[in-house]
Design a protein around this ligand. Structure first.
Ligand code: AMP
Ligand code: ZN
Length: 159
């Protein structure tokens, strides 16, 4: 019995170790996302579990687990991109009176995807209640929102 348990734990461990990083899969184009920004070091796409409509994740293209694993230049660039996205969202008709910029680094801080990312979350007074944990939104629903923000990003970059 003890050996069976050890064997099962070993198999589970191997499976976890083999699991590819979700955001590296997106960076490589093997997993789809509603992308709104992509350059040589940073990408940004809509969260599939948004707190509000227009919830964007700003993500380094190269894998880095937490805040201290990020090259400082990439960390700075992520903030530049986040600022452009805030500016772009404010030019759309999405409800966004304020924004939360949030980075969870480490499981104890609430990080669930261990490829570091900066959340850009539109906030407004008359928000619907927070969706229950695990709620996912289909890409077909996210894509029109991504199009809307992308359309304002080119303009925002010149401001
Ligand atoms: P955190 O808890 O700070 O690690 O945030 C993880 C974020 O990644 C949440 O907003 C999730 O909804 C989002 N997320 C997880 N998987 C995907 C995915 N495949 N595409 C887009 N967003 C994702
Ligand atoms: Zn990764």
């Amino acid at each position: 019995m003890k050996y069976l348990l050890l064997f099962l734990l070993g198999v589970l461990g191997l499976c976890a170790a083999d699991k590819p990083c979700l955001f590296c899969e997106i960076a490589a184009g093997r997993l789809e996302a509603s992308m709104i920004w992509r350059d040589e070091s940073v990408m940004a796409f809509l969260s599939i579990g948004p707190r509000n409509v227009g919830h964007v994740l700003v993500v380094p293209v190269q894998h880095a687990e937490g805040i201290l694993d990020l090259p400082p230049a990439t960390a700075h660039h992520m903030m530049d991109v986040a600022q452009k996205i805030v500016r772009a969202i404010k030019q759309t008709d999405l409800p966004a009176e304020g924004f939360n910029l949030k980075l969870n680094s480490g499981a104890a801080a609430g990080q669930t995807v261990f490829h570091v990312h900066l959340h850009v979350i539109p906030r407004f007074a008359a928000e619907p209640p927070e969706p229950p944990p695990g709620t996912r939104v289909a890409k077909a629903q996210l894509d029109p929102i991504a199009d809307k923000i992308r359309a304002k990003l080119d303009l925002a970059a010149t401001l």
